[in-house]
Design a protein around this ligand. Structure first.
Ligand code: IPE
Ligand code: IPE
Ligand code: MG
Length: 251
């Protein structure tokens, strides 16, 4: 039985988020420049998107560039931005073929104008696709997002459009850039690092975390199947006891 066949298609997570890590190390292991790793990471993005869509995952969020990544050497940042423009342009046809809609989260205004334009174009060109939403986190950090949401809420209160007593988790979630998406049930990080690196801090409150040793350019469909199978073996308790979960499942 193949890995894919072992997956219970009735229990597919709706939203999977991935911290795509390890491009630089992948390149360096082969005596190549880090940028080579980023280029090689693009085929892993394609594979993960296709595999996720085929499984019936509705939202796939990929951490592509963090707020902190601006602090990398200028050449690497420039290379990444150029790769982004080029990839978005060349992948739009594949997104349409696979019925995948593109969306972004993050401080998009901070990206070079050429990137912003390419993104706007691809988002418009894929807007009617229904199978899956591919969310690219670009110039994204969760603390940035949480601060932005707080400012929006403060403004509403100041304008008299919101009572302080009415602020709750749902109101807060609604001001985050992920407001239109459900919280991820599964967060994957590649390359053996076991940290969140400022990604979706609010949204992963109850996500299952899966860490893979595989470096991102080597992450293929089978790797995604492994992560989904691992997820399906977990018991998600949300603060309850195991016995309560068993009872709910059998009733
Ligand atoms: C992930 O790979 C891609 C980005 C953060 C843009 P890295 O570039 O972080 O690769 P490592 O972690 O240095 O190997
Ligand atoms: C996290 O990876 C950001 C992205 C994958 C885009 P990093 O490689 O930047 O994270 P740290 O610095 O090792 O925590
Ligand atoms: Mg890294």
């Amino acid at each position: 039985m193949s890995l894919k066949e072992k997956i219970d298609i009735t229990r597919i997570p709706q939203h999977v988020a991935i911290i795509m890590d390890g491009n630089g190390r992948w390149a360096q292991q082969q005596g190549k420049l880090r940028v080579f790793g980023h280029h090689s990471g693009v085929s892993a993005v394609r594979a993960a998107s296709e595999a996720a869509a085929e499984l019936g995952i509705k939202y796939l969020t990929l951490y592509a560039f963090s707020t902190e990544n601006w602090n990398r050497p200028k050449q690497e940042v420039d290379d990444l931005m150029e790769l982004l423009v080029h990839t978005i342009h060349s992948e739009t046809a594949t997104l349409n073929k696979n019925d995948i809609r593109l969306a972004t989260i993050g401080n998009i205004n901070s990206l070079p104008v050429a990137c912003q334009k390419q993104l706007q174009e691809a988002i418009a060109n894929t807007a009617n696709n229904k199978r899956m939403t591919l969310v690219l986190a670009l110039s994204y950090s969760a603390r940035w997002e949480i601060v932005e949401a707080t400012k929006k809420i403060a403004q509403k209160v100041k304008d008299g459009n919101l009572e302080i007593s009415a602020i709750d988790a749902a109101i807060f979630s609604n001001e985050l850039s992920t407001a239109a998406f459900p919280d991820p049930e599964l967060l994957i990080r590649t390359s053996g690092e076991q940290r969140i690196s400022n990604f979706l801090l609010w949204q992963v409150a109850y996500a299952e975390l899966y860490f893979s040793e595989t470096l991102w350019p080597d992450f293929d469909k089978e790797e995604l199947y492994k992560a989904i199978l691992d997820y399906q073996g977990r018991e998600r308790r949300f603060g309850k006891t195991s016995a309560q979960i068993d009872t709910a499942e059998s009733s």
